[in-house]
Write a protein that binds this ligand. Sequence first.
Ligand code: S3P
Length: 235
Amino acid sequence: MSMGELGKISRTSGEKFGSCVTFGCLSQASAPGQISYETLKEELSLTHQKLLEEADKKHLYLIGFMGTGKSTMMHMLHETTGLAMIDTDEFIEQQTGRKIREIFAEDGEEAFRRMETECLKKIATCEASIISCGGGIVLREENVRLMKKSGVIICLEATAETVWKRVHHSDSRPVLNGNMNVEYIQGLLNARKPYYEEAAECHVPTDSRTKEDICKDILEQFRSLNTYRQVKKGK
Ligand code: S3P
């Protein structure tokens, strides 16, 4: 058993590290670092509360602009960690039986954003998963709150040029239809930057990097942000 400040930590963190023995003194301390029963009670209840909150933060949410590689990395992380995976766009398409572009065309963007919120509410009750989020999910405050409460949020980043290179062949993104050029993408990236900043706990650049390198980076960040629930398999 350590003394001084270190002793204080080791005595109060029994719950976290799995020990069932914790010391608090009822009268005067007999060695440096011993703490009073009242302080110990307070420290333990704070630790306990924190652990309960952290235990709820089970998911790894990948956010970021279209074409930053969220789906690709979700698949790779799923294979590396063994955690389940959920793509919010696919989830909504399965639930509604319609394509995202049909939902935008028939019901409008606002209706789609509400569906994203409903999707996140359901995801919160699922087992720990890697979640690839639609690029605009951060635009609703409620969505960010739901994600922060149930997981760690990591933002993938890419320049407008890289995004364009990755998405310009596809017509499945209604937000870019008719505006598929670097200038428009740059404008939208600028407008959304504060939302990604507010939501994410860390940012991972993806330009000119291999998938393996990005995956390793994400896992390192996730492990350091998610100290309570360690990723099972991992490399
Ligand atoms: C959107 C991004 C898309 C999809 C929808 C809207 C956006 O997802 O949710 O077309 O507003 O950025 P990806 O980021 O997976 O392309």
